[in-house]
Design a protein around this ligand. Structure first.
Ligand code: FAD
Length: 505
């Protein structure tokens, strides 16, 4: 007998998003958060990228975030702005929004959805067996669940106790951060420079508020050394030659460029997501975004396993799909940290890169990587759309992302393919067959597409081609589990396997 189906350790952005996803699929979730109160002053991340906005849009949540954020046209690769205004998305910008606000909005949504959230509850240990996990709290109480997910940040207790290794590279530099007021701020809203003693940036972050960052290379400060306004002032004056009249700090912090990744994301009934699975320098603002997207990849899979619809092998696809994504983030943040260095050789490299970024293809390639819009999960099949995010196509009666609000798979029939009915009946309640047409002027070049709950394409049939219904059955089985046992439609489905799309008859 379990107390809940899934325990999530940590109510950061990753844990909260995962809780929302699981609840949407009808799973009982308990989130245990060590801190007694929500973080309001500390706000590490400052922006949402395109794919995260799209993901929130797929759940009908984005408007709440758009209302509270500011739009900026460029993402950054090291010091170089990458214009994303021509990206193929409804949201071609960065949404500048404090992490504390992201957490507030996600917590609000989680509670609305029926997630149980216990603050001041620290996960201190766990024991797993064949049927579940017993989670031990610091106050010596226990909770029994089918699965435990560690979303408990870079120093994850769950990771440490699971025996999962966290290999990578140690810090080589020290960055200081201050959310402050400035008596003499720079003119530009985003001011970034590399100077002889290091690099620094000053970013306008709100009315009369600024985020000041300094990067000092080849010096690694002790983890527990206190950070004061004077520490930040000294570092800034050393690098920039001025402190811009800094005063009234709201939050001060220190971090480094250690880059590490869990060697596996799962040990039996224990999984890792977000910073618990990967840490890196916050160059390009990718950590929170990657964590939220881990959650959206894992949520529907874990729900299918917990509800007994799919075998737990489905969980292995979480690691297969998301481990390479974070490995690439580690690689690009290491490269960006290197580009912040201030010697003559790095300056030359920055100039070469600046020239290359002027080439549209290079800019778009880097922007696709930072905004996570270019992700293509490994799939069977050669069509380039397979494994990629489904575009938010305009339809005669709405648009595609609105169809994903319930976090269920969608079989989108754009070509009047009656043969799909009999196939999808076997997965009724897990996949929604939606029969519609593209709006005038929008075309995907496909008659039907199977979209996973996370918005990635799992199967498709191109316009005018005979649909590969066996391929569709395989895709449905792979991602949603076997067809319902009382499903009688298989013979009927087979008899229609050679159907030609309605418009070609
Ligand atoms: C200066 C800076 C700027 C950044 N800017 C950006 C940016 O612009 N964009 C971006 O995408 N990312 C950015 N990041 C990274 C981003 O902040 C993290 O990637 C993000 O917070 C990860 O979210 P998470 O939920 O995985 O972990 P966390 O936010 O660390 O949350 C973990 C939660 O678990 C709780 N917890 C810990 N241990 C336990 C336990 N034993 N039991 C119960 N609860 C526990 C913690 O209290 C915490 O609430 C930045 C980071 C820094 C340092």
């Amino acid at each position: 007998m379990t107390d809940t189906q899934v325990v999530i350790a940590g109510a950061g952005p990753t844990g909260l998003m995962l809780a929302c996803e699981l609840r949407l699929a009808g799973v009982e979730v308990l989130v245990l958060e060590r801190l007694p109160e929500r973080r309001t002053v500390e706000s590490r991340a400052g922006g949402l990228h395109i794919r995260t906005m799209e993901t929130l849009d797929q759940r009908g949540l984005l408007d709440r975030f758009l209302e509270r954020g500011q739009r900026r046209q460029a993402v950054r690769f090291a010091a170089d702005p990458l214009d994303v205004s021509d990206a193929a998305t409804r949201y071609p910008y960065v949404l500048v929004i404090a992490q504390s606000e992201v957490e507030r909005l996600l917590a609000e949504r989680a509670v609305e959805a029926g997630v149980r959230l216990r603050r001041g509850a620290e996960v201190a240990g766990f024991i797993q067996d064949d049927t579940g996990v017993t989670v031990e709290l610091a106050d010596e109480s226990r909770v029994r669940a089918d699965y435990l997910v560690g979303c408990d940040g870079g120093r994850s207790t769950v990771r440490r106790l699971s025996g999962i290794e966290f290999p990578g590279t140690p810090a080589t530099m020290t960055a200081l951060l201050g959310d402050v007021e400035l008596a003499e701020p720079p003119v530009d809203d985003i001011f970034q420079e590399r100077r002889e003693n290091g690099s620094f940036s000053v970013l306008a972050s709100g009315p009369d508020r600024y985020r000041v960052l300094t990067n000092e290379f080849d010096h690694v400060a002790g983890r527990d050394e206190p950070v004061t306004l004077e520490t930040l002032r000294t570092a800034l004056v050393k690098i920039a030659g001025t402190d811009y009249g800094m005063h009234s700090p709201r939050w001060l912090s220190r971090f480094g460029d250690a880059a590490r990744q869990a060697d596996r994301y799962r040990e039996g009934r224990v999984l890792l997501a977000g910073d618990a699975a990967h840490i890196h320098f916050p160059a390009g603002g990718q950590g929170l975004n990657t964590g939220v997207q881990d959650a959206v990849n894992l949520g529907w899979k874990l729900a299918a396993v917990v509800r007994g619809q799919a075998a737990d092998l489905l969980l292995d696809t979480y690691q297969a799909e998301r481990h390479p994504v974070a490995a690439r983030v580690l690689r690009n943040t290491r490269a960006q940290t290197a580009l912040h260095r201030v010697d003559a050789h790095t300056s030359a490299l920055c100039e070469v890169l600046g020239d290359l970024i002027d080439i549209d293809e290079v800019r778009l390639r880097l922007a696709g990587m930072i905004t996570a819009t270019d992700i293509k999960y490994p799939t069977v099949g050669t069509d380039d759309l397979l494994g990629r995010r489904m575009p938010d196509l305009d339809l005669v009666d709405g648009r595609v992302y609105e169809l994903l609000h319930r976090a269920r798979a969608v079989l989108l029939d754009l070509g009047g393919l009656r043969s799909l009915d009999a196939v999808v009946t076997g997965w009724a309640g897990r996949a929604d067959l939606i029969r519609t047409r593209p709006a005038q002027g929008s075309d995907l070049g496909a008659d039907a597409v199977l979209i996973r709950p996370d918005g990635h394409v799992a199967w498709l049939t191109r316009t005018g081609q005979r649909p590969d219904l066996n391929g569709l059955r395989t895709a449905l089985t792979t991602w949603l589990g076997p067809a319902d046992p009382d499903f009688q439609g298989e013979r009927k489905a087979n008899s229609n396997d050679n159907e030609i799309p309605a418009r070609d008859r």
